[in-house]
Design a protein around this ligand. Structure first.
Ligand SMILES: *Cc1c(COP(=O)(O)O)cnc(C)c1O
Length: 357
C-alpha cells in the first residue's frame, strides 16, 4: 500500500514542523526547560478555546478527558442530561452509566443537531440536573451543534455545560467563555495536528465548585491534582512530554495564522467539499454540517467500503460510517494540517474512484 494522505477525522496529518520537534531527543519533565514549555502551552491553549479558564492536560486519548469531565463533577446518583445524536454522544451516555450517574438521554435523529428548547424542557421538568453533556461536532454524523444557544439555555439553570470539542476545537467556532461552556474537552489528533495521546479540559469556576463536592471515584484524572501541580507549572504524573512539545509548535502555528483565520479556512474547505459532492451526486448526510468534516451519502445505495478501498488504492484515506452508518456514508476531514490542495486532490480521487465503481 502506498503512503496515505489521512483525510480522516483523527488522526489527521502531522505537519513537517511538528514532526521535526517531536523527533528530537527526549528531555526530562522535572526541569525548568519543560516547565517553561508547559507554562506556554497551557497559556496559549486559552486562545484556541477562547477562554480564561484553567486548561488541564492528560496523557490519554480524547476519551480520557471525556471521562475526566464526568468523574470530577458528579457523585453517584446525580442526574445528568446527555445529548445522543451519534456515536460520541452515546459514549458520554456509556461513561455516565459506568459511573452510576442517573442519565437522562436526549435522543435525536442521527445527522441532526439538538433543539435547545428540548434541553430547556428536560431541565425544567427534572429538577436538580447537575450537568449537560453534548458535542460541539458529533464526528460520527459530521454535525455541528449550536453550543451558543444551548449555553444560553443551560445558563438559566444550575447545571454546568460540558462540551466534547475533540474534533470541533480549531475547526468549528467555540467561544468557551462567552457561550458559557463550563468544561470544554479536546484531544491532540484532530485539529491540533498532533499524533494521538494528549487530551485536554478547560474548566470554568462554576465547574470547579462542583469539583469540590464530587464523590465519584477517580485517581489519575483527579482535576485537583492537576490544578495543584499546575500552580507550579508542573504535572502530577509524567506528562506526554513529546506531545506537549509538539503542542507548543502546533499552538505557534495556530497563533501565527490566527484562530479565526483557521476557522475560516475550514469553512472554505467544507464549502468546497459540499459543492463538489452535489456535483458528484452524493447527498450531504448532516442537516447541520460541521466545518471539521463532511459526511457524504453513497449514490445509488452503493457500499461505502468499496469506495473507501478504491480511494485508498490511490493514496487517500477517508473514513467510513460508524455504528448504524457503516457502509452508508464516507467522511472526509478538512481540519488541522489538511490543506486546500489536499481537499482538491481528494475530490479528484473521489471522482475517479466513483467512476471506477
Ligand atoms: C475522536 C473523537 C473522540 C474520541 O477520542 P479518542 O481520542 O478516540 O478517545 C471523542 N469525541 C469526538 C467528538 C471525537 O471526534
Amino acid at each position: 500500500m502506498r503512503e496515505q494522505l489521512l483525510m480522516t477525522p483523527g488522526p489527521t496529518p502531522v505537519p513537517q514542523e511538528i514532526q521535526a520537534v517531536i523527533a528530537e531527543p527526549i528531555i526530562h519533565h522535572r526541569t525548568p526547560e519543560f516547565k517553561e514549555i508547559f507554562k506556554q502551552v497551557t497559556n496559549d491553549l486559552k486562545d484556541v478555546f477562547k477562554t480564561d479558564n484553567d486548561c488541564l492536560l492528560f496523557a490519554s486519548s480524547g476519551t480520557g478527558a471525556m471521562e475526566a469531565s464526568v468523574v470530577n463533577v458528579l457523585s453517584p446518583g446525580d442526574k445528568a442530561l446527555v445529548v445522543q445524536g451519534g456515536k460520541f454522544g452515546e459514549r458520554y451516555y456509556e461513561i455516565c452509566k459506568a459511573f452510576g450517574v442517573d442519565v437522562i438521554p436526549l435522543d435525536i435523529e442521527w445527522g441532526t443537531a439538538p433543539d435547545p428548547e428540548s434541553i430547556k424542557d428536560i431541565l425544567s421538568k427534572n429538577t436538580g440536573v447537575k450537568a449537560v453533556y453534548t458535542e460541539l461536532c458529533e464526528t460520527s454524523t459530521a454535525t455541528v451543534y449550536d453550543i451558543k444557544s444551548i449555553g444560553e439555555v443551560v445558563s438559566t439553570f444550575d447545571a454546568i455545560l460540558v462540551v466534547d470539542a475533540i474534533s470541533g476545537l480549531g475547526a468549528d467556532n467555540l467561544e468557551t467563555d462567552t457561550w458559557g461552556v463550563d468544561i470544554a474537552v479536546s484531544g491532540s489528533q484532530k485539529a491540533l495536528m498532533l499524533p494521538p495521546g494528549l487530551s485536554l479540559c478547560a474548566v470554568s469556576p462554576k465547574a470547579w465548585r462542583l469539583v469540590k463536592n464530587s464523590k465519584l471515584p477517580k485517581y489519575y484524572y483527579d482535576f485537583n491534582k492537576y490544578k495543584k501541580a499546575k500552580e507550579k507549572d508542573d504535572t502530577p504524573f509524567t506528562p506526554a512530554i513529546t506531545l506537549t512539545i509538539g503542542l507548543k509548535k502546533s499552538l505557534e502555528i495556530i497563533k501565527s495564522k490566527g484562530i479565526d483565520n483557521i476557522l475560516k479556512e475550514c469553512a472554505d474547505m467544507a464549502g468546497t467539499v459540499r459543492s463538489a459532492a452535489e456535483d458528484l451526486g452524493m447527498g450531504l448526510f448532516s442537516k447541520a454540517p460541521s466545518n471539521a468534516l463532511t459526511g457524504l451519502e453513497m449514490p445509488g445505495g452503493k457500499d461505502a467500503s468499496l469506495l473507501i478501498k478504491a480511494m485508498k488504492k490511490r493514496g487517500i484515506t477517508v473514513a467510513g460510517g460508524q455504528g448504524e452508518l457503516k457502509g452508508k456514508i464516507i467522511r472526509i476531514a478538512h481540519m488541522g494540517g489538511i490543506t486546500k490542495k489536499d481537499v482538491a486532490g481528494t475530490i479528484e480521487t473521489l471522482r475517479e474512484s466513483l467512476k471506477e465503481l
